[in-house]
Unconditional design. Structure first.
Length: 140
């Protein structure tokens, strides 16, 4: 995934306020786990386990709600790797992914490795927001 820093100043409270959310203790705790350090992919269950290990007092429902709120305000990007597998990406730039099925692991594709041409016209009254490509991989 590289070493792309998500929040360089480590002040997650300001980041939360900047997108119009109230910086509650739970949001700040989860944001510290998500955004301090390198960009990464995480599931709600993984974040809940990290929060528990780090002493951040949150329920699994709070983790899900906070992840949804962060997606809604653009702090995270949700990547669907399967019908019941959502990852939350701290790198919200436009990029695509490999999904390692055997490892349940998401990985960024190298920039420029996929070219998408000739998209269909969007149906009347809608527009194409973005195109997400997830290349599913299994071991040989």
């Amino acid at each position: 995934m590289g070493n792309k820093m998500v929040i360089a100043d480590k002040n997650v409270e300001l980041k939360i306020r900047a997108v119009g959310l109230k910086p509650t203790r739970q949001r700040i705790g989860l944001a510290r786990l998500l955004f301090i350090g390198c960009a990464r992919h995480v599931t709600a269950d993984e974040l809940f386990a990290e929060a528990s290990e780090s002493g951040v007092p949150v329920s699994l429902a709070t983790v899900y709600n906070t992840l949804r709120q962060f997606v809604d305000v653009g702090l995270l990007r949700e990547v669907l790797a399967g019908p019941e597998r959502s990852y939350f990406d701290t790198d919200v730039s436009h990029h695509h992914h490999f999904f390692h099925v055997d490892e349940n692991r998401l990985e960024d594709l190298p920039p420029g490795s996929i070219s998408i041409d000739d998209l269909p016209n969007a149906p009347a009254g809608s527009k194409i927001e973005r195109v997400d490509v997830v290349v599913r991989l299994t071991r040989k």
